[in-house]
Design a binder for this molecule. Structure first.
Ligand code: NI
Length: 179
């Protein structure tokens, strides 16, 4: 168990296309997931992708079992380990909403995302995951899986007038975290 360093934007390791995971239910995989969970909890993150701690694997975690202080208005997304994900948009409709990222600390931006998606993949035991989701849940999955493509949310933004410091945009969240 360990809280790992989170890489910040500018680190080239965040721009790689991550490698497919080929071995499930291994000690190394379980250790990686424990480290990701510990690191996400310590930072009050809504999700975390393996590349954010420098691990070049198609693995993300997201969700919480309770309200997240960084996103107090957000609905609860079940805690999930998602490996080798594939996302299919279910319509062309996109909506814009605020996002933050532990690799882009102190900032928030409005990002367009598909409103409804299906996502498939595997959990840490190799059991399949197949969900159809919308809204915040869909947004979180698209954000985290983008990390596996070397994409950070500012690279998805269309309107940079909707980009700024969390402490200025959302002063009520100022003590939530420096993210
Ligand atoms: Ni992120």
């Amino acid at each position: 168990m360990a809280v790992r360093e989170i890489l910040k934007m500018g680190d080239l390791r965040l721009l790689r296309v991550a490698q497919v995971v080929t071995a499930f239910d291994t000690d190394a995989l379980h250790l990686l997931i424990t480290d990701l969970l510990d690191t996400m909890r310590a930072a009050d993150g809504a999700g975390l992708a393996a590349p954010q701690i420098g691990v070049d694997s198609q693995l993300v975690i997201f969700g919480t079992d309770s309200i997240n202080p960084r996103y107090p208005q957000a609905p609860v997304v079940p805690r999930t380990v998602l490996i080798n994900p594939v996302i299919t948009p279910l319509s062309a409709d996109q909506t814009e909403d605020w996002e933050g990222c532990l690799s882009v600390p102190g900032l928030r931006g409005k990002v367009p995302r598909f409103e409804q998606i299906r996502y498939t993949g595997f959990d840490q035991y190799g059991d399949p995951i197949d969900r159809t989701v919308a809204g915040f849940h869909a947004r979180v999955v698209q954000h985290e899986c983008d990390h596996l493509l070397g994409m950070l949310y500012p690279m998805r933004m269309c309107d940079f007038s909707q980009f700024g410091f969390t402490s200025v945009l959302f002063p009520e969240l100022a003590d939530a975290a420096d993210d």
